[in-house]
Design a protein around this ligand. Structure first.
Ligand code: PLP
Length: 448
């Protein structure tokens, strides 16, 4: 990488209102990323950082992959855009076939969206359309879970359960959403893998069925592992129990695999890793290695069939879609990613590196401000002891780690650690060493 990165701060930082950012704080001391290659980033001060969270869980194959860049460039030269309603192009069908080879059970019907949020919103709409098609249009309720993150449009925010996101928009959220409790128990401290206790938390769904009428519930949506809140791994048997209850009450089970999809757990999807097949599954992020926005919804064949059978031939069956539903560059990127998954046996590579990563992650438990660590596969969460208000310790630790040369995202006081699958052991070592330095520096700064 070139070293001419200093003084790259734009003339004005005022106009750009940044997402999920403390704008006031950032604009006093900006952090600008100028280059990305492999597992490394470079910032405007010319410092190299190791990427410890694959961006936002989205770049598991590393930055600057030439195969994906070439695929996008070639696609742009031949077909840059084709409006996606009542017509199509070959690549999107080829991609759907390839995706369906990895999805569990018969989740072989593939709908394209723009991102994770729109994938979740689409899953909500498909659930409603399916029940309506079966003559059960009264099923309007959705069951989400506390501490879930499903995205930020109204549908995804409504079924999500991160307090600040929900509280801020309570007045405009979807009616009829009920939340199960999250799965984090007091005795789940410093557990790598699935906690042995807590399966009974799935019975919240049964309780909600009793309280609100199972016949009114369209779907239950969960992340197999809640990612954005800092890796909450499901207790042993928890997802199986949800599956049983959904079957008992004809409720659709939606797995939001936007983070857990495409190898993060060591299997293609959390569904296979935990041995539970949902009815609908969402994906995004790693589908294009994060390079272009994309979302995918996979549905069981009977859902697709029911919705199509309910409409006369020639009518639009599902009144839903986006200008950018599966546009050529997203599809080209996703196809190139599929090639790399196969060629480099990526899911197995992630699986093989998991225990080394988990050992490194949990070696940080002795640092005094580390309150808890959770992890599974190539994902982990480190809770930093709360300061005077939630989120303060997380942001300060993030900044100390940024200065120590390790880049990731903090949500509240949880540090989100999700290395790329192309990491070698030396990269994992570097991530852990720099996390130790950054977290320790934060801890020392508190004492001074
Ligand atoms: C599980 C999950 N679902 C949905 C989303 C929303 O995805 P996007 O930001 O692409 O809209 C996210 C984003 O982090 C996520 O983690």
């Amino acid at each position: 990488m070139s070293s001419e990165n200093k003084n790259k701060i734009p003339n004005s930082l005022n106009e750009h209102w940044m997402p999920f950012t403390s704008n006031k704080d950032f604009k006093e001391k900006p952090r600008l990323i100028t280059e990305a290659k492999g597992v490394y980033l470079k910032n405007h001060e010319g410092n190299t950082q190791i990427d410890a969270s694959s961006g936002l869980f989205c770049n598991p194959l590393g930055h600057g992959r030439i195969e994906i860049i070439n695929a996008i460039t070639n696609q742009l030269k031949t077909l840059d855009y084709a409006q996606p309603f009542q017509q199509g192009f070959g690549g999107s069908f080829e991609l759907a076939t390839r995706i369906s080879k990895h999805t569990p059970g018969n989740l072989n019907r593939i709908f394209y969206t723009i991102c994770g949020s729109t994938a979740v919103e689409t899953a909500i709409k498909i659930s409603v359309a399916y029940h309506k098609a079966r003559g059960e249009g009264q099923r309007f309720r959705f069951v989400g879970r506390e501490r879930a993150y499903h995205g930020m449009n109204i549908g995804a925010t409504s079924v999500g359960g991160m307090i600040n996101n929900v509280k801020a928009y309570a007045s405009v959220l979807m009616p009829g959403v009920v939340h199960m409790r999250h799965t984090h128990l007091e005795d789940h401290k410093f557990i790598s893998g699935q906690p042995e206790t807590g399966v009974e938390l799935a019975d919240d769904l049964e309780r909600i069925c009793s309280n609100f009428g199972a016949e009114n519930i369209a779907a239950c949506i969960v992340e197999p592992i809640a990612g954005s809140t800092g890796t909450l791994v499901p207790p042993v048997g928890y997802l199986q129990r949800l599956r049983e209850l959904c079957d008992k009450h004809n409720i659709l089970l939606i797995f939001d695999e936007v983070i857990t999809g495409w190898g993060r757990t060591g299997s293609a999807f959390g569904a296979q890793e935990f041995g539970v097949t949902p009815d609908i599954m969402t994906m995004a992020k790693a589908t294009t290695n994060g390079i272009v926005p994309f979302g995918v919804v996979a549905c069981k064949e009977e859902i697709y069939d029911a919705v199509l059978d309910a409409s006369p031939k020639g009518a639009v069956e599902l009144f839903h879609g986006y200008t950018y539903s599966g546009i050529p560059i997203s599809v080209a990127a996703a196809l190139a990613v599929q090639d790399i998954f196969e060629k480099e046996d990526i899911f197995n590579r992630a699986k093989e590196m998991s225990s080394y990563f988990q050992d490194g992650l949990f070696s940080l438990k002795d640092i005094d401000v580390v309150e808890n660590i959770r992890g599974y596969g190539m994902m982990g969460g480190i809770d930093i002891r709360k300061d005077t208000r939630p989120g303060k310790a997380g942001l300060e630790t993030f900044k100390h780690c940024y200065d120590a040369g390790v880049n990731f995202k903090a949500t509240g006081d949880a540090l989100i650690i999700a290395p790329m699958f192309i990491c070698e052991k030396k990269h994992i070592d570097e991530i852990i060493e720099k996390l130790r330095t950054g977290i320790t520096n934060y801890s020392r700064s508190k004492k001074n």
